[in-house]
Design a protein around this ligand. Structure first.
Ligand SMILES: [Zn+2]
Ligand SMILES: [Zn+2]
Length: 493
């Protein structure tokens, strides 16, 4: 009989309550009353407990009433198991059919089976949401509703980072995000329109642990000197061993299939100084999802990121050499602790010329990211302009000598193409910043890697010599006697 949903309404006027990120307190949309997180926790504790209990009662036995939703939870106390075993199967069928008719019409299609329906405790309307939804808003009465059961028992997150930026901040941030993006199509700024903006508490797994790493490297120390008409390179070869341990704290991996991994990686890092014990009181006014990817599955990404950073850090301790190459390395990643947290993210979906663009803003730090369309015309123009300018610059320099050859033309061409390609890559990179994070350097603790083995063994010395005149740059010798031949390289035997 009990509700699975808690509606966060103002105790003074029953208006919708929402968590205000700027002030860190809960505000009523109607009368302006404010409540601290602690006050709200107390006010809604009993309701949340009852809702969580109703939720766990309903879940697990049969998905019929959950998926159907319209069927009241009546008669759930006894005989339910028998029902779901026998007559329940046909009931469940009709239930799921009834449930899918609605969502399918709104384009959810096969996902209909993953939808859940609840009743708003304020207006009684049916709330249909995805099976991982833990906080939403009633579309009919505007009240902020929480499904405490999604965050109860073993599903309860350990931590939350509350929102600090509001919806209007996200909208403004998106506008300024377009600034300085040279290759953005001119019309995009004006014609691209915001379809949806939502503040979501995204589930994350946080992995803490350490990596034991060992590596063997071939290192070389070169000394270059002149001996008569020879340039001698004397190389001292070393065999270097390193072993060490590096610790990581709370490497985050988003645990929702709905969130693109690369987008979530690109708004890192969250500032863990503001992390606080989880409470439902931070949820009203936002959407919240519980995890639907296991900590084991997500752990693979944290593992790989930590491993890569350990490998690079260990190699980074081999210093003082001219060159270092890795002969062998191995890492053992030890996960000591896995925590569950929800972090604040603003998601902004926009469309332009039939294409959809998704942007994300870190709801705590304000960091905004998202891929933008590239104007082919602007891209071509920039490439051309840089190319021509460099061609003129290098060309006038290279071709000023008295004997210009095809080779000098080619050199000028190449020297102009390189900067044009670099400028192009930088400008395009600016438009496509969304990428999966491969490293965990931001989460290294205890001041980096701690070495247990640090062994540099001298092996041998080798020498190579090159006759100096062969290595002289054309015209670079500035021999006072010789006529300046300029780029006379082809003439040499
Ligand atoms: Zn109020
Ligand atoms: Zn309602």
């Amino acid at each position: 009989m009990a509700d699975k949903v808690t509606t966060y309404q103002c105790p003074a006027c029953t208006g919708p309550l929402h968590f205000d990120g700027k002030t860190g307190i809960l505000k009523c949309d109607y009368c302006g009353s404010t409540y601290t997180v602690e006050e709200v926790e107390k006010l809604f504790a009993a309701k949340n407990e009852a809702a969580a209990a109703a939720f766990t009662d309903g879940a697990g036995k049969d998905t019929g009433p959950e998926a159907g939703g319209s069927q009241p939870a009546a008669g759930s106390a006894s005989g339910k198991n028998d029902q779901s075993a026998a007559a329940g199967s046909s009931a469940a069928d009709s239930q799921s059919a009834a449930a899918s008719s609605d969502p399918a019409a709104s384009g959810w299609g096969n996902d209909a089976a993953k939808m859940r329906a609840y009743n708003c405790t304020s207006c009684g309307a049916e709330l249909i949401c995805d099976e991982t939804t833990a906080a939403t808003r009633c579309p009919y009465c505007g009240n902020n509703t929480i499904i405490p059961g999604q965050f109860a028992g073993t599903q309860k997150p350990d931590y939350v980072i509350p929102f600090q930026y509001e919806k209007k901040d996200a909208v403004n941030a998106l506008k300024s995000y377009y600034k300085g993006k040279t290759l953005l199509p001119g019309a995009f700024r004006n014609e691209n329109h915001l379809d949806e903006i939502k503040g979501v508490y995204v589930p994350f797994w946080l992995y803490s642990g350490h990596v034991d790493a060992a590596g063997r490297y071939d290192a070389k120390q070169d000394e270059v000197f002149r001996q008569g008409e020879y340039e001698v390179t004397r190389s001292k070869h070393y065999e270097v061993d390193r072993e060490g341990t590096i610790s990581f704290t709370r490497v985050p991996v988003d645990a929702s299939t709905k969130m693109p991994d690369d987008l979530m990686d690109s708004i890192e890092p969250f500032d863990y100084r503001a992390i606080t014990d989880f409470s439902l009181a931070y949820m009203p006014g936002y959407l919240a999802n519980k995890y639907d990817v296991s900590s084991k599955e997500c752990g693979k990404r944290a593992y790989e990121r930590s491993r890569t950073t350990a490998e690079e850090s260990l190699r980074g301790t081999v210093t003082g050499y001219t060159s270092v190459s890795t002969r062998d390395h191995r890492e053992k990643v030890v996960n000591e602790k896995t925590e569950y947290a929800v972090f604040p993210v603003w998601l902004l979906s926009t469309s332009w010329q039939g294409q959809n663009f998704l942007f994300a803003m870190n709801g705590q730090t304000g960091r905004m990211t998202g891929n933008l369309p590239v104007s082919k015309a602007k891209q071509a123009l920039w490439f051309f302009v840089v190319f021509v300018l460099c061609l003129l610059l290098f060309g006038s320099f290279l071709l000023s000598g008295e004997n210009t050859t095809t080779v000098s033309y080619l050199i000028a061409l190449v020297f102009a193409l390189i900067p044009a390609a670099i400028v192009n890559a930088v400008l395009v990179g600016q438009m496509k910043p969304v990428a999966q994070e491969k490293r965990a350097a931001a989460y290294v603790t205890d001041g980096g890697i701690h070495l247990k083995v640090q062994n540099d063994r001298y092996i041998r010395t080798t020498e190579s010599r090159v006759k100096l005149q062969n290595r002289q740059a054309p015209g670079g010798g500035k021999n006072p006697g010789g006529p300046p031949h300029g780029p006379g390289r082809p003439g040499r035997h």
